[in-house]
Design a protein around this ligand. Sequence first.
Ligand code: 3PG
Ligand code: MG
Length: 394
Amino acid sequence: MGWKTLDDMDLGGKVVLVRVDINVPMEDGRVTDATRIERIKPTIDDVLAAGGKPVLLAHFGRPKGKPVPEMSLRHVQPALESVLGREVTFIERPDRAAIDAAPSDAVILIENTRFSPMEEANDPEMAQFLASLGDVYVNDAFSAAHRAHASTEGIARLLPAAAGRLMEAELSALEKALGSPERPLVAVVGGAKVSTKLDLLSNLLRKVDSLVIGGGMANTFLAAQGFEIGNSLAERDMTDTARDILSKADEAACEIVLPMDIVVAREFRAGAPHETVGAGACPDDAMILDAGPGTVERIAEVFEKSKTLVWNGPLGAFEIPPFDSATVAAAQKAAELTEAGRLVSVAGGGDTVSALIAAGVAERFSYVSTAGGAFLEWMEGKELPGVAALMQDQ
Ligand code: 3PG
Ligand code: MG
């Protein structure tokens, strides 16, 4: 694949610097979703089993180059210990002597790399300093690989470097989904805005056989086709762009699936009174909050004939039920086909994962990425600097 894995490295007796992404959601100092921590466990276990001493490098939040107490990785230490089932030694100001002095089976966690402005600047001095703390570098942070920072990019060029287990899993799932997929290939793209997903749509329509557009951004496409959309969330200045995307899709023989029927309400709140109408029939004083059952049926048909699915973004206002219905129903269809061995389904990016967890189907997809922004950039066809840095010959 062009990068090394843990199996290619001699880790016995080595200090192994492992870049992880434990930028997990937290409320009142407690981790509310430990998924990202659970997903790095195989790498840490394998490093320990190979006789290496893992030293975890990670960021938390966006402290902008200075220490911010609430963003200390200290707060993540207990969750890390409970997931790993072992003690974790936290080191605020790392030096090689302290790392060497720790027991050989210790897991060490270093303070938030973003407390220094040199991290995001990818300052060579910081990369050099981090490299001096260990013997080998392992990047297991696919979800931070779109950042060219000292701990994700610079350091990879200074030490023998390898992809961790999660990085490997992410890259191979993504390769199956968009690199060399079994066809037909369908993508679902939802979310609020066309403007933030322009590069994504342009890249996808050249690669996929069908493209399902949902969420707020579908409203912009409906408006572009001359439909009334009432008070719906939409970017009216993007209608020309939307039309351009539709005509490019046509040229590329990419089938676009837009809502045929819509669920409309007069208020944006859970349980608001609502009705289902045709795509062109949104009343002036109402807004579109979900795709209707006819659209879900159409999406299910497209899934039926496809072999691979890439999913990013919800189809409706999934955070306020019942406007999560289309997202949940379509996700359940994808999960069923996946379980029947008929579909490879890969999902990722911010809201997507929470939507699939809420729909109770996250476990039933072939792969759910831990990445937000990195997943999007990868779907846009961009090179991820953290991955590129692993590709060099050592
Ligand atoms: C994420 O949560 O998406 C990653 O940890 C990257 O964080 P960032 O967007 O602050 O770079
Ligand atoms: Mg992000």
